[in-house]
Structure formats: C-alpha cells, structure tokens
Design a protein around this ligand. Structure first.
Ligand code: ADP
Length: 731
C-alpha cells in the first residue's frame, strides 16, 4: 500500500521509472554466533562537553512541522523518562500532515520540502510581490552568467538525486562527460573515477581507505590515547587478527575485576558494508569458531546493549556531513538525516537471540528482506524515517534535543579531526604541490547509534553514503522493482543540492566582484551599506543570488566551533612534520633518511639518543606497521608509524606529563627548531624555493601542510622563553 502510494506520488517526466530485475534470494540469516560482555555503562557516562560550551543544534527539523520546531528549541528540556519511547505519535499534530510531499514541491520547481521548510513558501511569497526593476535586471544578469558545468558521467547511483539538484539549480549537466573541463565532477565511488586536473571533485583522495573499519578504529584510537574522555563516543575496539591476544587478555582482566559483567561483542569484517559478514559473540573464544579471521581482517567491538528504542525497535541514524575543505578545515552537517529501523522488537543480547539480524542490525539492506519491513512515504512512520521525525518524538517526551544535537556535532567534528592527518598525507600525494589538480569536497555518511541515555555513539563513517532515492519492492519472490522513496528524496536531494550551492564556483567569483564594487562605493554611501540588510527597506535589500531556493539544509559547524576543538588537532601538526620530511613528491611513506633528517633538524638526538638508536627506532616501528599488511605498494614509514615514533619520543622527552601534553610539548619544540632553522637559512641567503625543493614537498594549492615551512616564523620571543629549558633536555 505504502509503496503504491509512493509510486502514485512520484512521476518523473510523466513515466514512473520501474526496473524489474531478478535478484538473489534474501541473504540468509547470519551463522548462529556463540556466547557474552557488556562493560558497565559502556560509553554511557560523560556527555560531550560541547553542550556545556553552548553550541547550537544543527538539526532544525522541518520548519513546517510544529513538533519539529519544538525539537530545535525544546521547552524547558526536561529529562528523558527512564522507560523507552514506545508507541504513539506525539500529542501534537502529526508532522506528516504539514510537511509537503516531495512531489508537491517538485511541481513548484522546488523538490523536496527538506529540512528547510516547505519549499512552496518562498515561491508563494515571491509570487505575491510585484517584480521590481531591480529584480528584472538581476534576472537578466543571472541569465547572462555562464552556467556552472557539472560532469555527472561517473555519478553512478547518486545520478537521480544529482539530476534533480542540478535542475533546481539550473546548472548545466554533462551526463556523458565533456572534452572541455567542467567546473565540478561528481563521482559515485572515488577521487580516481576520472583523471581531473582542474575544477572541483566531490571526493577526497584516500577517503575510502580512511573510513574502512580498521583504519577508522586506528585513527580514533590514536585520539583516544591522547584524549580518552573526549573520544568516548566510539565503542572499545580491537583489530583482528593482530590484536586477538590483547582482546582475550583485556576481556579476561575486566571479567576478573567485575564478575557480574556479561558483555557482548560485534565482529565486523574490514571493508564490509551493509551488515555483510557481521555477527555477535559473547566470548572471545567464539571468534575462532568462524575460522576465517586470518584471511579476513576485522574489527571486534563492544556491542552497545542498551540502545534507545522507538516503538520497541532498535534504530540508527544516518547523518550527512559535508567536508568542504581540508585546509582550512570546513565542516557542515545536514539538519536532517535518516533513521533506519530494525524489524524485530529489540531484546538485550542473549545466547537465544544473538543471531537474529532483524533485531540487532539496523542495516536497511538487511531489514528490507524482513516480512515486517514497512515502506512508507510518511517521514514519521515505517522502517525508514527522517531523523527530524525522531527528534519530534523525543522532544514531545521532554528529551533535551538541543543537547543531543550538540553531542552529535561534537562527535562529528572530533571524528573528522581524527581523520584529517592521514587525509592530508593522501592529498599531497595525489595532488602534489605545484601540479595542477582539482580541489575536493565530500559528503560523508555518519552512522550513529543513540544509547538509552541519549548519548550518541559512532558506528561508522561512509565515504560513499547511498544517495539513491528509490527503494526496491519485491513483486514476487526474487523479483524486485525500483519505486521512488519520498523519505530518501526529501533528505538526499537537499543534501546534494546544498552541497553544490556551498561549493558553487560562481558564488566565489560573485563575492570577489562584490568586494571590488564595494571598494568603489563613495564614503557617503558607506554608512548605508553598513546598516545591514535587516534595517533596509525590502526593495533595497540585496536579493538572494539563488532565487527560488530554500535556505541551506547544511549548517557550518567548523570553523564555527573551532575554538572549542582546535586543542584536539595535535596529530594534524604531527602530520605536517611528517609531510615536510617526506622528500619526494607523491609519496606517503617516510624513508630512513627522511626520518634521520627530521631527528637532526629538530635537534632530537643527543648523547642519550644516538643516531644509531634513531635508526633502530625507525626499523622497529616501520617493520611492525608494514607487517600488518596495510599497504605494500610503498616501502617506508607510514604516518601512523611516524605518529607512534613521535609519541615514543615525546614520552621519553617529557616524562612526567600526561600523553597529550608530552606530544604537544614535543610538537612545539620541533616547530620551534624548524622555524629557527628556516630563519637561519634565510639569513644565510638560501632561497626559500631552493630549500623547499630540497626537503619540502608540502604545499599544494590551497592546502598548507607544513606551517613551519612557509608560515611567518614563530614569534621568537615567546618561543624562546617557552623553550628556554630545551637545551638542558636529555633523553
Ligand atoms: P556495515 O558497514 O556493514 O553496515 P556497521 O558498523 O554499520 O557495518 O554495523 C552494522 C549494524 O550493526 C549497524 O547499523 C548497527 O545496527 C549494528 N552495530 C554495529 N556496531 C554496533 C555496536 N558497537 N553496538 C551495537 N550495534 C552495532
């Protein structure tokens, strides 16, 4: 019924696009997984500090939806009742009644109400206003402006949503590519889908590798070592097979110290997706029963046993995050996302239910095969809903939704901070300094689970979140057809369209032109210009350069909240040192000579730490990391190995401090030494260019990776006093 209704709503070019195809039978249930742990309050404590610091929620549920607005600004924010939120709609009106169906928006040339309010509203408002002369001129100017060109030939499954977005923006699509360069290249899979030398591409090099389960776990763990409290939003994880003995030992230790502890673990194959190969266990020894762990590396993770339930069902949240730029770091979060529901009522894991995927795994791709899956074109019901509809429910129950959003923003920023150091290494390797190359942006899918106490926990990050706006409907056993999914369309089209608006190359040009025009405005007019749009009569106010479009569904969270998070960016600075010494353009690994040069230039060697010890440190750490079989394409020390060596040096040098202070002190020390060296070389008459070409392949277009190499020299006076004791240091 629901699908039929959705299909009725959805006509594209007069004909519904239906592709019937034969598919494999639904995936079989996971092999029964064995036996048990849950650490008391796993991650349930410490709410993110962001809320205390007063961050605004990103998530503004649809403005047209009464309860959703309340979700953004909850009245009084009473505590969530101890029992699960179950059954029933909020007492207030059903948000679905007010949210315009996507199709209705489309008819007005503005698809998808999205989280920015009913799209029709702006259009209606404009319709009532008599078009002034100025509007007419602007329209003519807009028509004369060359349209932004987008190569969609590699868009794959995001093509439909991209096409709708481009139509709304009136940009020019090149579905089969173009001989001339395009402004934007939209890739479905990775940065390398096309060879691009200019413009912008919607993928960062290395992102797919970075968000694989093992790499993400490693990156987050490095941050957990430095800042354990700040990074307690990621379940404790072990990497298999190499950390299997550690896993066994730690579990035994924790069980010994707390015999009442009955944990459950979830085993996830590296590189897997859509729940593929995932199973639950109760004891580390159960892993051996599966037999394939040597051949398929995996992450084993504490299972979050007490998730928040809605209608007695477990669900997770897919949030869309735009990484607009790596340097400077710019992050946006979509105000709405999707909630994907399990299809069997949840029970805490027990030996009896451990294998029930429809109860424990929220993956859409699995649950769609359950007889209980509900397709709905209402954003508030069914097995896939908008996140804002969940917020409405939580808010109506008195939950502190504002704090929840703060915690989510904090989780997203911290996760990206964990990913950026290695991403920068990939970036300089693929787009080396001085070579023509595109700039990058990327939409990421964050999968988040809410615990019963509303603490958000990160499950994983997707480099290629599904942007499909259709779902499969089983006509008869094994025969499926694609039908439109209004819930997906509402959220995803808004995310793609607004990502494009944010990276619009012409907007930048317009901004530059406006700045130039303003410079020529006479002093007499300056006061008027400074008065601000709000105080001007409507006819005088500058018009939106994107008439007819709703307000952006993406909210900037970084650099907006940079001050609160910059202290976490230590590994970024370590990565800048690493990149400075890489030596050869395009590499991602540091050779022994580069490592020695780093030690020598930063004056880290002395009588207690000879260059022979430096070589041993390099060989030991590099060999271990390379034996983990991550990347055999290049030999040498990868960033993670360098970070480990750096931490080791920091611990030796600043013994009594906590780890993050040791690391921060060593970074300061190294940056100071390098700045002093740069200055000395300048004084000695070495040209910057000559020096850089010798050792520093570090600066790419718009990406400044080695601050010490090209930033103004450190404030010598401050630095000198800070390091007055440096000379006395001994390893
Ligand atoms: P995949 O990439 O295969 O979807 P995920 O890491 O997203 O792998 O896990 C699949 C599903 O398993 C999640 O959507 C979630 O429902 C469940 N899950 C994953 N990790 C945990 C965990 N630590 N605790 C509870 N449930 C989890």
């Amino acid at each position: 019924m629901a699908e039929a209704a959705a299909a009725r709503h959805y006509r594209r070019g007069g004909a519904r696009r239906v592709t019937a195809s034969r598919r494999l039978a639904p995936r079989a249930a996971r092999p029964p997984a064995p036996l048990s742990w849950q650490r008391a309050g796993s991650g349930g404590g410490g709410r993110a500090e962001a809320a205390r610091r007063g961050m605004e929620p990103a998530g503004a549920p649809p403005q047209g939806c009464g309860p959703a607005r309340e979700a953004e600004e909850p009245p009084g924010s009473p505590a969530l009742p101890p029992e699960e939120l179950q059954g029933g709609q909020p007492a207030r009106q059903s948000p679905g009644e007010e949210v315009l169906p996507a199709a209705a928006g489309r008819e007005r040339g503005c698809r998808g109400a999205g989280p920015q309010g009913p799209p029709g509203r702006a259009a209606r408002g404009r319709g009532r206003r008599a078009p002034g002369r100025r509007g007419g001129e602007e329209g003519v100017r807009a028509a004369r402006r060359p349209r932004v060109t987008v190569d969609s030939s590699k868009a794959k499954t995001s093509l439909e949503a991209l096409k709708i977005s481009l139509r709304q923006l009136r940009w020019r699509e090149f579905p089969f590519g173009r001989r001339l360069p395009c402004d934007i290249y939209w890739h479905g899979v990775s940065f390398h889908d096309n060879n691009i030398f200019s413009g912008q591409v919607n993928k960062f090099p290395g992102m797919t590798e970075m968000v694989r389960k093992i790499t993400l776990s490693r990156a987050v763990r490095t941050m957990q070592d430095l800042f354990p409290l700040e990074y307690n939003f990621y379940p404790r994880s072990w990497i298999l097979p190499e950390e299997f003995p550690l896993f066994v030992a730690e579990v035994r230790m924790m069980k010994d110290s707390d015999p009442s502890w009955k944990p459950t673990f979830i085993v996830k194959p590296d590189g897997g997706c859509q729940g593929d190969g995932i199973y639950l266990i109760k004891d580390p020894s159960d892993i051996r029963l599966t037999g394939s762990i040597q051949s398929r590396p995996a992450v084993v993770q504490e299972y979050i046993c007490k998730p928040l339930l809605v209608d007695k069902l477990k669900f997770d949240i897919r949030l869309y995050v735009l990484l607009k730029s790596l340097e400077p770091l710019e992050i946006y979060i979509a105000k709405d996302g999707l909630s994907r529901f399990c299809t069997e009522p949840y029970q805490e894991p027990s030996l009896k239910n451990l294998h029930q995927v429809f109860m424990h795994l929220t993956n859409y791709s699995l649950n769609i095969h359950s007889g209980n899956f509900i397709h709905s074109d209402n954003v508030n019901t069914g097995s896939k809903r908008t996140f804002s509809s969940i917020l409405c429910r939580l808010s109506s129950r008195g939950a502190d939704v504002k704090k929840l959003w703060s915690d989510i923003i904090s989780l997203v920023i911290k996760t990206i901070i964990a990913l950026t150091p290695e991403l920068k290494v990939y970036y300089q390797s693929d787009i080396p300094a001085g070579k023509p190359g595109p700039t990058c942006f990327q939409i990421l899918g964050f999968d988040i689970l809410l615990m019963k106490n509303l603490k958000p926990m990160l499950l994983e990050v997707n480099a290629n979140p599904s942007m499909r706006i259709e779902h499969e409907q089983e006509l008869s056993p094994g025969v499926f057809e694609n039908v439109p999914s209004p819930v997906d369309e509402e959220v995803k089209v808004a995310v793609i369209r607004d990502t494009l608006r944010l990276v619009d190359p012409q907007k930048k040009k317009r901004k530059d032109t406006q700045c130039q025009t303003l410079e020529h405005v006479s002093e007499a007019n300056e006061e008027l210009l400074d008065a601000g749009a709000a105080e001007r009569p409507e006819s005088d106010a500058p018009r939106s350069p994107e008439p007819g479009l709703p307000s952006l569904c993406l909210k900037q969270v970084f650099p907006k909240y940079a001050k609160q998070f910059n202290y976490l960016r230590l590994v970024d600075r370590v990565a800048a040192l690493f990149i400075r010494f890489l030596g050869v353009k395009g590499t991602t690994k540091l050779g022994p000579t580069g490592f020695r040069t780093f030690i020598r230039n930063c004056k880290l060697s002395n009588s207690n730490f000879s260059m022979a010890s430096v070589d041993i440190l390099y060989i030991d750490i590099t060999r271990r990391w390379n034996s983990m079989g991550i990347d055999h394409k290049e030999s040498g020390m990868c960033l993670q190995a360098f970070v480990e060596a750096f931490f080791c040096l920091a611990q030796k040098k600043y013994k009594s401090l906590p780890l993050h202070e040791q690391v921060a002190s060593l970074i300061d020390f190294c940056e100071y030494q390098l700045a002093a060296l740069d200055e000395k070389r300048l004084v000695c008459g070495w040209g910057i260019v000559e020096r850089r070409s010798a050792v520093v392949p570090c600066q790419t277009d718009g990406l400044h990776l080695a601050p010490a190499a090209h930033a103004p020299l450190l404030n010598r006076t401050a630095a000198a006093s800070k390091f007055a004791d440096c000379k006395n240091h001994r390893y």
